[in-house]
Structure formats: structure tokens, C-alpha cells
Design a binder for this molecule. Sequence first.
Ligand SMILES: NC(=O)c1ccc[n+]([C@@H]2O[C@H](COP(=O)([O-])OP(=O)(O)OC[C@H]3O[C@@H](n4cnc5c(N)ncnc54)[C@H](OP(=O)(O)O)[C@@H]3O)[C@@H](O)[C@H]2O)c1
Length: 286
Amino acid sequence: MRIAIVTGASSGIGREFVKQLPYFYRSLEEIWVIARRRERLETLANMSPVPLRIFEGDLTEGHVYSKLGNALETEKPNLRMLVNAAGFGKIGQVSKLAETAPSSQMEMVDLNCRALTRMTLTCLPYLSKGSRVIHMASAAAFLPQPSFAVYAATKAYVLSFSRGLGAELEDRGIFVTAVCPGPVDTEFFEISGSIKASWKTRVMAKPEKVVKQALLDSRNKKAVSIYGIAIKTAQVGAKLLPHRLVMKTFNVDSSSKKERHHYAENHNRRKRGGPEIRQDAGEVSE
Ligand SMILES: NC(=O)c1ccc[n+]([C@@H]2O[C@H](COP(=O)([O-])OP(=O)(O)OC[C@H]3O[C@@H](n4cnc5c(N)ncnc54)[C@H](OP(=O)(O)O)[C@@H]3O)[C@@H](O)[C@H]2O)c1
């Protein structure tokens, strides 16, 4: 049986892969989809021209890998494509997130790096000559990002892992593509918090376009897929310009410099057991 596996299929980019895959790979007999929200996957299954097999579960926990591993072991499918799209980001300075969303930064590492790697290892034995792997990295992988530091680091991992793995698998005729878009119009920002920087709206891409480009690049055995001239330029800029300079221009934090300074000042005051400063009036509040 010829199948594709897509993680993060309940929303955004992963969902779009499930919609476009049947048109790129007409011989697919099933697509196996993974996410936590079963009802979303069922709705997608009702629309899909190819049967979907649903694996509901949290990729940072073990049981979804057991279910998938058992199904792979029993049916020994011909896995033509693995798409690792599940992932999330959270905007904010490392020390601030450690207080406001204490588990979020470790969860980013768990999902974006550990789960992606585990899924790849689970699926690797079922890939064969001509198969493709697509990993959702991000333009955030190109350079360190203040106020998105852990997310950018996880995506640098994905890009590096994908390129290394791709070089290893090339001799077996298996091709790995890391997809590195800038902002894409999905539910991602409901979880990450919004980027208010003016450049964001100018470069925001539609998931349909990013996915189509990714599938074309994967078919053409490209190691990296980048949609849009602005993000391609950003990639070249990140290679040529000093990172200190680029980091200043592309800070994703929606709060102003004054707000960030205010937070840092209060953080230090709290540590000393002192009173906090109210931001609006610059007053000391008890
Ligand atoms: N949108 C952007 O601007 C952008 C830009 C560059 C790269 N990316 C990357 O593209 C990928 C897809 O993002 P998106 O924009 O499509 O975001 P999205 O709409 O929020 O979709 C994220 C997907 O990941 C799944 N997911 C999240 N946590 C999970 C968990 N613990 N276990 C299993 N599944 C989980 C979600 O499903 P459930 O909630 O149902 O589990 C959902 O299907 C991510 O890796 C993201 O980092 C996004």
C-alpha cells in the first residue's frame, strides 16, 4: 500500500499538505494523519479524495508512536512521503516566558525537535527509493532571534537535521526538504502571540502557496524550500550580514523597547523584594 504520513494535519500548513498531496501523488492509497484534535481530522477526512487514517494523539507523549509503529509493523506500507508539520512557537523573551508560560519553552523543544526526530526515526525503515521527507523548519532558522529565541533555535535544529539526514539518504534515492517560510497565515499566531512588526503583514504568505512550493521543491529534490522573494532575500541577508545587525531589524516582539525595559526593571525590583513601577504613570505601586 502506498501511503503518506502527515503530522500537524488538523490545521494550517499540515492540513494544506493533506489537501494538495493527492494531486501531486496520484498513486497514494491512504494518507495517515496525526494531531490531537480528532474532530478536525474527521472533517478533513470527509473532504479528502484519498482515504485518511486518523492517529489522534499528542506527539510529545509516547502512545501515538506505539499506535503508529504497530500499524507500520503490521501493514509494512510503502511510505512515499513523510511530512513533519506539527510545531508551535511562543513569542517573548526567555526570562519573561519562564514566568508567564513556564512550560512553553521546553514544550517547543519537545515538539519541534524531539517529536520531529522521533517521528522520522519511526518512519525511516518504511521509506524507499524515490520517497520524500518534508520537515517544517522556518525562516527563523536562518539566524538567532531575540524574543523568539527558543523557537528560532528549534527551527535551526530542524534545518540542520534535515540537511544532514538528506545528505545521508541521497544515496538511497530518498530526498529530504526543509521548508523555511516567513510568516504564514494560519492559527500559529493564535498560540505564538502576534507579531506587530510592520514587515510581518507585508510578507505574510498563504499556506496554499507555501505548500505548493514545498511539494514542487521536494519533487525537484531540493534540500531547502523557501517561498517568496522577501524570504529568499532574508536568507541571503542572514548569510552575508553580521547577525547582530539583522537581529536588531527583525525583532518579532510586539512590545516596544520601552515595555521591554519596563519588564526588565520590574523583574530586577521583584528579585530585590522592592515595589514595582506602573508602566502608564511611571509610578511605584505597592
Ligand atoms: N505559520 C507560520 O507563520 C509558520 C512559519 C514558519 C514555519 N511554521 C511551522 O509550520 C508548522 C505548521 O504550523 P502552522 O502554521 O500550520 O500552525 P498551526 O495552524 O497552529 O498548526 C499546528 C499543527 O500542529 C499540531 N500540533 C501542535 N501541538 C501538537 C502536539 N503536541 N501533538 C500533536 N500535534 C500537535 C496541531 O494540531 P492539534 O492542535 O490538533 O494537535 C496543528 O495541526 C510548524 O512546525 C511551524 O513551526 C509556521
